[in-house]
Design a protein around this ligand. Structure first.
Ligand code: AMP
Length: 208
């Protein structure tokens, strides 16, 4: 089974959801730069204050901040790791390559129209970072996280206006990583449309 997995794919393609399932079943540790940044924003750290403007605009946080944030985490990771939302630029991919070998880059492929629907219907848990979809994956009790009981919220950047910027940013800055990992023979593209479980079956096959 692959030990270092990069989850590629646009916002809303299911990286967080599929990554979470792999963690529960196989004991991977998931490092999500988005979750780390939201935590920093919540705690109003220096990083959080700098990152917030970019995040709210649907832009990427500058590479030096992200690479600084991830450097220690990458150095400490010595087992099965899932990288969710990192790398997002070629510069970040090069910084990652200096620290660890990537075994597979899973590219979840979903059309923009579907992504917009998914993201605007997404609700997140501020405590344990679980994610739900109001129609396709609703919590058992309205507005409450199944896993930890916290009140769910809609991320500031999960609104329609910001989503369009996030998709544009993805195409410009992150899509080149598809070619990057293809050239390294690490890329596997998976159709990310279908039920969570159907997609998970394909993900599991890919990482065997
Ligand atoms: P996510 O939760 O992965 O959708 O990330 C939310 C936001 O955090 C993104 O829209 C970016 O503003 C920022 N972000 C997360 N990961 C990165 C990264 N690797 N590089 C730059 N910005 C990032």
């Amino acid at each position: 089974m692959k030990s270092t997995i990069v989850l590629l794919g646009p916002p809303g393609s299911g990286k967080g959801t599929q990554g979470e399932k792999l963690c529960s079943e196989f004991g991977y540790v998931k490092l999500s730069t988005g979750d780390m940044l939201r935590e920093a924003v919540k705690n109003q750290t220096e990083l959080g204050k700098k990152a917030k403007t970019y995040m709210d605009a649907g832009a990427l946080v500058p590479n030096d901040l992200i690479i600084g944030l991830m450097k220690e985490k990458m150095a400490a990771a010595n087992g099965k790791v899932i990288l969710d939302g990192f790398p997002r630029t070629l510069e970040q991919a090069d910084a990652l390559a200096e620290q660890m070998d990537v075994d597979i880059a899973l590219n979840l492929d979903v059309a923009d129209e579907e992504l917009i629907k998914r993201i605007t219907m997404r609700r997140s848990c501020p405590s344990c970072n679980a994610v739900y979809h109001l129609v396709h994956n609703p919590p058992k009790k309205d507005g409450v996280c199944d896993k930890c009981g916290s009140e769910l919220y809609q991320r500031d950047d999960d609104t329609e206006a910001t989503v369009l910027n996030r998709l544009r940013t993805y195409r410009e800055k992150t899509m080149p990583l598809v070619g990057y990992y293809y050239a390294k023979k690490k890329l596997v593209t998976i159709d990310g449309v279908g039920s969570i479980d159907e997609i998970y079956e394909k993900v599991k096959k890919a990482i065997q």
